[in-house]
Design a binder for this molecule. Structure first.
Ligand SMILES: [Ca+2]
Length: 229
């Protein structure tokens, strides 16, 4: 009776673990698996135009469909701001920047950036607000000294086209497992907009969770127990 109870409890525990692991597996990015990553990623920026263009819209999954393609060309779905706002303390100077803070340090694999997909009718400068020449820097402390930051590199982003149902302007950056709690993207040019800078969405990929290994061990232990009986 007692053995049966222990077995039953073990099965329930492993099933619970499996459920948790599968939930984590379905999205190996910070704040996943749902597309709204704002529970674990906080975005701040050099500037914005107010409530319809706040940095939050770069991390809340807005403007993406379930296949991670652009599905919007409007504000309220992406971050956007004017030039200026000064440099983020400790990182390089540019015309515009956006900073991401995670809920803890992570070993980053890749960052994905969906560039600004804004179609600013009646001016029709689709995608011209997007970052073009960009410096990417990261830090574990977020300190205000330049020595607190490591430069990942200089990047040339591609332009989104101000259309829906595509992934134009999707840019990847490889962090090669660098530890970071903060990432800053500083733009030195965009795709033609004289006054406006922005991004549609940014996502940070991390290694699969350790629970997968635990799940494997738990399942193996149960199989062995079953074979012995
Ligand atoms: Ca968005």
């Amino acid at each position: 009776m007692c053995r049966k109870l222990i077995y039953l409890v073990s099965v329930v525990l492993v099933l619970a673990l499996a459920s948790n692991a599968l939930a984590n597996l379905s999205g190996s990015f910070i704040g996943g698996p749902d597309q709204d990553t704002s529970d674990a990623v906080t975005a701040t920026a050099s500037a914005d135009y107010g409530a319809s263009t706040v940095p939050l819209f770069a991390v809340d999954g807005s403007g993406l469909d379930t296949a991670d393609m652009h599905n919007s060309t409007y504000t309220n779905q992406m971050w956007e701001g004017p030039s200026g706002g000064g440099a983020n303390p400790g990182t390089v100077t540019g015309d515009s920047w956006i900073r991401f803070e995670f809920d803890q340090s992570y070993e980053l694999e890749e960052m994905w950036v969906w560039n600004s997909n804004q179609l600013n009718s009646p001016w029709s400068f689709g995608g011209t607000c997007g970052f073009n020449s960009v410096t990417i820097q990261y830090s574990t402390t977020g300190g205000t000294d330049t020595s607190d930051w490591t430069t990942l590199g200089s990047y040339t982003f591609t332009q989104a086209i101000g259309d829906g149902n595509d992934t134009a302007g999707l840019q990847e950056a490889d962090f090669s497992s660098a530890s970071a709690m903060y990432v800053v993207l500083t733009a030195h040019s965009n795709f033609g907009s004289a006054s406006t800078w922005g991004l549609s969405e940014v996502r940070f990929y991390i290694p699969e969770p350790a629970t997968v290994a635990l799940l494997g061990m738990g399942g193996l232990a149960l199989l062995r127990r079953k074979r012995k009986r």
